[in-house]
Structures are given as C-alpha cells and as structure tokens.
Ligand binder design. Structure first.
Ligand SMILES: Nc1ncnc2c1ncn2[C@@H]1O[C@H](COP(=O)(O)OP(=O)(O)OP(=O)(O)O)[C@@H](O)[C@H]1O
Ligand SMILES: [Mg+2]
Length: 236
C-alpha cells in the first residue's frame, strides 16, 4: 500500500471538468513530481488532496485512511502539510511568529523547540531574520518561510505547489537542495512544478498532467529521456 493513493479523481469547477479521473501513488520516502503546462490541473490536484476542494468522484487514501472528505485543518494533524502556490506568509507578522503559526497542532513545547532548531539548521537565513516582518523578506526568503512554516507541523507528507516560481536561478537551486534534504530527513514529498527539468532531477517518480488527465508516468530519470517530455517540457 502506498502512503498516498489517488484513484480516479474527478473535480469540477461548476460545469467545467478540471480533473478527468486521475490516479497516482506516492510511496513513503519518495519525492514524486507532478508536472504539466499552465492549466493542466496541478494545483487542483493538490487542493483536492489537502481538503480545499471536493472531488466529484474518485478517492484519496492516505496511510490507509480514506481522506477524500476530510477537511484541511484535520489533515494537518494527520501529518499532511501544504505549501500553496504563491507562498502566502503573514506579512505583518515576524518570521518567528509565522513559524509558530505552523505549529498550531503541536502541544509539546520542547518538541516544537526542537523542530524550530531543525528548521533554522535547514534555513539559516530564517534564523538570522527571525525578528523581521515576513512581508519585507525577498521572494526566495518568503518561499523558505512558507516551507519552514509547513515543516513546523512535523509532517510525514509535504505537498509543495510551484516552490521555484518567480525565483532567481540561485534561489531555485537552493530551494531544490532544501527539498531534497527535507526528503532525506524522512519527509515524503509531492511536488508540483513548471520547472520540469529541476523537478525531474530531484524526483524519484513523476506524472505528467495534460488537461486534467495523466498523460505519462514513470521513473523520473526515464521521463527525462522521454522524447515527448523533452520536446514539451524540457526545451529551453
Ligand atoms: N476557481 C476556479 N474556477 C473555475 N475554473 C478554475 C478555477 N481554478 C482553476 N480553474 C481551471 O481549472 C483548470 C486547472 O487549473 P489549475 O490551477 O489546477 O492548473 P495548474 O496546472 O495548477 O496551472 P498553473 O501551472 O498555471 O498553476 C484551468 O483550466 C483553470 O482555469
Ligand atoms: Mg497551479
């Protein structure tokens, strides 16, 4: 049994069908990338998994539990954290206050302090800037904060929507490095990216979404060499 099983998922916005029955698996310990063009349905998929949208048909099973109808706030305490597209941090709160908001499901203060320490090790810049207002951080720093905040809930599965969007190449590399390290620390990662090249380079497995359907799937390294993927997603 995979950690996350998505089966025949169908999602509509009114009359428009955004997901046309997609199925995929995320095994524990993996980085799984979901790639695809604008409007393919990547964000819709993540929002349905994290309880922000309702499926019309199909199901989502996480660690053996059917979570298809479980709301987002409950999923956090079940170990699923979501870093949405556009890195929404609380601008008028400090970095540290933002991080603490991510730990609202945690009760043990000592454990929370340990997690905070781990996050500062992964993101030294957040520690340097812990008293700075989040709204004044650079785009890359805000992405780090959004990821750090999600990690404060100590998730077993982290779901990332376009973490590299709008970042300069240096930050892109740094963010992908950190994703890999988070995974090596034991967190399973479901990653949505337009930067297919980068995503495939760190992922174990990948799925290609085209207008609401899975068009291709397989080992990430194999997909990197697939002619159709190269032509549609990897050309500069
Ligand atoms: N709230 C909404 N109401 C109506 N249609 C929507 C809504 N949100 C998304 N859609 C449509 O659903 C389809 C899938 O959108 P989605 O945001 O999942 O794409 P995406 O793959 O994340 O794209 P991008 O790479 O641009 O972020 C698109 O055609 C989009 O216009
Ligand atoms: Mg999107």
């Amino acid at each position: 049994m995979a950690m996350l099983e998505v089966r025949d998922l169908e999602v509509y916005y009114g009359m428009i069908q955004a997901l046309k029955g997609i199925s995929f698996d995320v095994e524990q310990g993996e980085i799984v990338a979901l790639i695809g063009a604008n409007g393919a349905g990547k964000t819709t998929t993540l929002h349905t998994i994290t309880g922000l949208l309702n499926a019309k048909a199909g199901k989502i099973v996480y660690e053996g539990t059917d979570i298809t109808r479980i709301p987002g706030y409950k999923l956090v305490s079940m170990g699923i954290a979501h870093v949405p597209e556009g890195r929404r941090v609380f601008s008028s709160l400090t970095v540290l206050q933002n991080l603490k908001m991510g730990a609202y499901t945690r009760k043990d203060k000592t454990e929370m302090d340990e997690t905070l320490k781990m996050i500062y090790t992964r993101f030294p810049r957040l520690e340097e800037r812990k008293s700075q207002l989040a709204g004044t951080l650079s785009g890359g720093e805000q992405q780090m904060l959004a990821m750090g905040r999600a990690l404060m809930s100590h998730p077993r599965l982290i779901v990332l929507d376009e973490p590299s969007m709008g970042l300069s190449p240096i930050y892109v590399n740094e963010i992908f490095d950190i994703i890999q390290k988070i995974n090596q620390d034991g967190t399973t990662v479901l990653l949505v990216e337009q930067n297919a090249k980068k995503a495939l380079s760190i992922a174990h497995k990948a799925y290609v979404l085209e207008t609401g359907s899975i068009a291709l799937s397989g080992d990430a390294k194999e997909l990197m060499n697939n002619d159709r993927v190269k032509k549609a997603y990897l050309s500069e």
